[in-house]
Design a binder for this molecule. Structure first.
Ligand code: ATP
Length: 289
């Protein structure tokens, strides 16, 4: 028996850090949405009690460090599953890019294994298990659009943002999220208008979504990697309506309405950057079938 699952990337339309907590985590307020740039996971039932990861991407670990492995391991322990699984990950989402690729693979593994191992869990239950793997995993279990608070694990659903193109460009560098948070001085940041972004999404105002985009981690990453600022400038120059870095970076995304302008930006950026994508936001939450 086989189950195929899609693991879409996310972007942060806004990302705010409120303060550092006693437990060492940062208290965040992030508006996230899934986009149509996805890894694919093929889960094959094994009679033997083992978890196998197959990935042909040299940046993706094929052992217990893989977040999809950790998802399978957690479910096996918690529900005493005696069967095994072989997980083949077809990677499309750039790695260490601020697009939550690993978290989304873990979330897709949770959704897929729920079916393969016939566990009968709800999305809420899977999301709760996901918090043990990483802060972004619960959002990725649901997908769609949401505001994430706490350390990123508390999810409140939002409607889909207005339709537009999302152009992504990832420079040839990887960024460590932990490193960016370590360098962040919470007292110095300029907070984005999260309430304004929520209102813009709820009223379906594309212009106000563009106006309210903001990410407090951007300045930190930009100082470490000036090439990210260059890509931002180029996207603006080619005509994107709004441009922001996603998560801790280094991927930069731009929003644009018109097909012709999307093509111009996409083609223009291809000259500077080897990983460029033009996709739509997904908007809708995942459903368990
Ligand atoms: P986030 O936006 O949540 O900070 P990211 O997009 O910056 O995440 P990932 O692509 O998730 O970063 O990868 C970060 C690290 O996680 C990688 O360097 C890799 O070693 C490890 N990793 C573990 N499992 C996976 C996976 N399934 N896919 C990609 N990376 C994985």
């Amino acid at each position: 028996m086989k189950v195929m699952v899609k693991a879409p990337a996310k972007i942060n339309l806004s990302l705010d850090v409120l303060h550092k907590r006693e437990d060492g985590y940062h208290e965040v307020e992030m508006i996230m949405t899934t986009i149509d740039l996805a890894d694919r996971l093929e889960l094959t039932l094994l009679d033997k009690d083992e978890i196998k990861i197959i990935s042909h991407n040299r940046f993706v670990p094929d052992d217990q460090r893989n977040l999809a492995y950790q998802a399978a391991h957690l479910l096996k322990e918690r529900y005493q599953v005696k069967k095994g699984v072989s997980i083949t990950i077809e990677k499309t989402i750039p790695v260490a890019a601020g697009l939550a690729g690993g978290s989304s693979d873990a979330a897709a593994a949770l959704r897929g294994l729920n079916k393969l191992w016939d566990l009968g869990l709800s999305l809420d239950e899977l999301a709760e298990i996901g918090t043990e793997i990483g802060s972004d995993v619960s959002f990725c279990v649901y997908g769609g659009t949401a505001i994430a608070t706490g350390r990123g694990e508390k999810i409140q659903e939002l409607p889909a943002p207005p339709t537009c193109w999302v152009i992504l460009a990832k420079p040839f560098i990887g960024v460590s999220t932990a490193d960016v948070y370590r360098r962040l001085d919470v007292k110095q940041v300029q907070h984005p208008n999260t309430a304004g972004m929520i209102e813009a999404i709820k009223t379906g105002s594309y212009d106000h979504v563009c106006l309210n985009m903001g990410n407090v981690l951007e300045d930190v990453t930009l100082k470490m990697h000036p090439e990210v600022a260059q890509i931002k400038d180029q996207m603006k120059r080619f005509g994107a309506d709004a441009v922001l870095m996603s998560g801790s970076g280094p991927t930069v995304f731009g929003l644009v309405h018109h097909d012709s302008r999307m093509h111009r930006i996409y083609n223009g950026l291809r000259g500077f950057c080897d990983q460029v994508f033009a996709v739509r936001m997904l908007g809708e939450r995942h459903r368990l079938d």
